[in-house]
Write a protein that binds this ligand. Structure first.
Ligand SMILES: [Zn+2]
Length: 232
């Protein structure tokens, strides 16, 4: 499905607006971990369901689906079995992103009979604009900028970490984090712990830190795309 380009600020504003809506419903301020399942059901009034989506849709690699007309968010039930909840919660937040940002386009596509009013998310579609927007929304929802910056400052007492090296120059055991690519998961874990981000993965946090300019990678190696042997 084709969707218009959106600036990051507009996506972030949509996510913070949703948190504000939820706070009005719940009657208390939200702090991490952001209760995305409760937001889906209480604030948006949607049904959240866990299903064998690959069988239902006859397609492999399905993570989640948003059924606009039915006001239903479905998550692949296999994510419930896959260890830490980070990926499950991120997928829930990603589908919320589709609901907030894209449901009108799904409805328009249905009216044109070119598609159903369902947005299906598969592992191989991450580079599509619609999927990138939903991922960015999920990051903003689960890891609000203000809380991430505060946690980062608490963990590292500086404005940003700049990575110049792939490997640590400090051999284990070390009481300090040597900012380098191989320590990416430890850096993310320290921010998660400082900010109470207990429902996000290290992978999601390290991406968010880079998006916010808190982690600057000066090496040629990608940060966070491979599991680190140190933590995770
Ligand atoms: Zn998606």
């Amino acid at each position: 499905m084709k969707v218009p380009w959106l600036v990051k600020e507009k996506i972030a504003k949509a996510a913070s607006g949703l948190i504000a809506d939820y706070e009005a419903v719940a009657g208390y301020p939200v702090a991490p971990p952001v209760p995305v399942e409760d937001i889906i059901e209480r604030s948006l009034g949607l049904t959240l369901s866990f299903e064998d989506l690959e069988t239902i849709l006859g397609s492999k690699g399905v993570l989640g689906a948003t059924y606009v007309g039915a006001r239903l968010i479905c998550i692949n039930e296999r994510l419930l079995e896959q260890g830490p909840e980070g990926r499950l919660i991120f997928t829930c937040a990603h589908e919320v992103g589709h609901w907030v940002l894209h449901r009108r386009y799904a409805q328009a596509a249905m009216r044109q009979a070119s598609n159903g009013d369902v947005i299906v998310c598969r592992t191989g579609n991450a580079r599509e604009r619609i999927e990138w927007q939903a991922d960015y929304f999920a990051g903003c929802l689960l890891m609000p900028q203000k809380e991430v910056v505060s946690a980062f400052h608490e963990a590292f007492a500086r404005d940003a970490l700049v990575l110049h090296n792939m490997k640590s120059a400090i051999g284990p055991p070390s009481l300090f984090v040597d900012p380098c690519v191989e320590n990416w998961a430890r850096i993310a874990a320290m921010v998660c712990e400082a900010g109470g981000f207990t429902n996000v993965s290290m992978h999601a946090m390290i991406i968010r830190l880079q998006e916010l300019g808190l982690l600057i990678n000066r090496t040629d190696a990608p940060v966070g795309w491979r599991e680190s042997p140190t933590i995770c």
